[in-house]
Write a protein that binds this ligand. Sequence first.
Ligand code: NAP
Length: 438
Amino acid sequence: MTEMRTLKVALLGCGNVGAQVARILLEDADALAARAGARLQLSGIAVRNVNGHRDVELPQELFTTDAGTLVKDADLVIELMGGIEPARTLILSALQNGACVVTGNKALLAQDGPTLYEEADKAGVQLSYEAAVAGAIPILRPIRDSLSGDRITRVLGIVNGTTNFILDQMDSTGAQFADALAEAQRLGYAEADPTADVEGHDAAAKAAILASLSFHTRFALENVHCEGISAVTASDIAAAKDAGFVIKLLAIAEKLTGADGKEGVSVRVHPTLLPREHPLAAVRGAFNAVFIEAENAGELMFYGQGAGGTPTASAVMGDLVSAARRLVLGGPQRTETTTGHVPALPIEAATTSYYIGLDVADQPGVLARIAQLFAEHGVSIEIMRQTIHRDAESNVESAELRIVTHRASEAALAATVEAVKGLDVINSVTSVLRVEGV
Ligand code: NAP
């Protein structure tokens, strides 16, 4: 019997995710060898402080601060340090040395992915990053492999657990954004500086990756229109709830025909109203889910834990075993396809439905005037609902008007809202939110 080959695995980083990856590599060595067709030998773990506290008990002799030397001698490199440098230099050096690389570093991929993909192509090795989008959920491989014989038309993702937790908290308790954020921080779902999550930057990095794989074209972070959730108020949530919707921060990538008649891809992140019966509306707390529409497969949904050391380590290990198997079997490594050549559309060209809340004077003929303005701007109304309020002190009546439109372009909607603001019967525009799934 021929002896099983041994592959050296260098682990860069031993924090939340890295420590769990090291544990699995050591605890499940025999099962992993059987699946990979080679023994995966953890050759070392690079960290900043070799004496730092670890969540898992690991042999002290594995730790080093010399990541550069560790990488030089490895067949497989797992980068779980995070940040741009030295992660970028170490990954490039690993690829140039012919090692396959597994990473969960969405910030680096969003900022400089093309440089890394090209280096992997040049070296003929695999660069895998399943953990970079939606933690434990297998989503990149299904898009890249399982759906490679289909045409994806739209991807809607809840890909940031922190913002989903905050919006869910606001929806279920009526809390304001600041209070829900404080609760997320108290429970460890949000960082002390929550900017990257609440302003949508983390979701935008993931949207760029999802769009690139789904439409076989490399989209960068600057192609992603990004709006966070810090401006979402308790009254937006209450109005949405009252109208049968839930507000979610969605990462969206969809193929659209722009105003010039040419096809393009709109990649965007923004708070979005979803009907309560939409499958993504049922995604509660810090969970993630990605909803895909494809020409032949129809609708698919992938759901699970979007973060956390152990769940994310599962995605890293899947990539590692797959890369090891390919090293053992030989042949060309799998690379991303970039044959789509579809341009990114600016946000003005995106079309979607809208929810518009208006505070209006309760006078005869108001509804007709508003409906006419919408029609003049080419925005057709799907639902219009009016609720009358009487001020107890002044006894003056006003009306709250809730409108849901059919799909319209951002540009047409913006012009409509500006025109509506100019009507003398409008007290205020209380909310303008995009709607999906109607
Ligand atoms: P983390 O807990 O902050 O751990 C980072 C590790 O990298 C630490 O062990 C640290 O060493 C080491 N490190 C950082 N800079 C280094 C440097 N310059 N040289 C050597 N070692 C260095 O990070 P994490 O939460 O595990 O996340 C790791 C990666 O996975 C990130 O790219 C993150 O975006 C991605 N990810 C994380 C999650 C999650 O749930 N945590 C989910 C999906 C993706 P010391 O221990 O000595 O400080």
